[in-house]
Design a protein around this ligand. Structure first.
Ligand code: ADP
Length: 179
């Protein structure tokens, strides 16, 4: 079956790690808005210059910018989104463009997120920026949990175990049998 999947969860929930494994397992096109945005910053494109101050401070990049970036890369089917949508407005824009098959929430408590990101070392993983990203997650992204639950699309998975444990739990939640 052709999946159109979304991974949501707090920063440090393991979305990127699970996305790569799911991409390989299910043969999907993986799109990470964080990676797309960091790529623009690394290449110092005009978009990269516009988004830098938002990303460096832990705030969200404005909806219009990130939505245009994501939709321009979106295949008609067989996609796995990691880091998008992050607001209800982004979810509305995606719904207007394509059908979503399922949304996996990687559930990880704030304290575990703070521990994990302390060891990662990315520019926006400094403690005060992590605190801001968590605040932004709860305020702007967590409403998507109810949004997708109301559509019957939400699959909640405990993201606090090992990478392997979480991967098995995600496949189980999707009803996808490992190859
Ligand atoms: P994490 O999930 O660990 O926070 P990401 O790479 O997904 O890491 O995101 C890093 C940053 O990129 C965010 O803090 C935000 O500034 C920006 N960003 C990524 N995706 C989006 C999005 N869909 N909307 C707005 N900003 C985004």
């Amino acid at each position: 079956m052709d999946w159109n999947l979304i991974l949501i969860g707090p920063p440090g929930a393991g979305k990127g790690t699970q996305a790569v494994r799911l991409r390989d397992e299910l043969g999907l096109v993986h799109l990470s808005t964080g990676d797309l945005l960091r790529d623009h910053m690394a290449r110092a494109t005009e978009l990269g210059a516009r988004v830098k101050r938002f990303m460096d401070s832990g705030r969200l990049v404005p909806d219009a910018l990130v939505t245009e970036l994501l939709l321009s890369e979106l295949p008609a089917s067989g996609f796995l989104l990691d880091g998008f949508p992050r607001t209800p407005a982004q979810a509305d824009a995606l719904a207007a463009a394509d059908d979503v098959t399922a949304v996996v929430l990687l559930d990880v408590p704030d304290a575990a997120v703070i521990d994990r990101l302390a060891g990662r070392g990315r520019e926006d993983d400094r403690a005060e920026i992590v605190a801001e990203r968590l605040r932004v997650y709860h305020e702007q992204t967590e409403p998507l949990v109810d949004y997708y639950a109301a559509l019957g699309l939400l699959r909640r998975v405990d993201g606090s175990g090992s990478t392997d444990e979480v991967f098995v739990a995600v496949l189980d939640a999707l009803g996808a049998v490992p190859a």
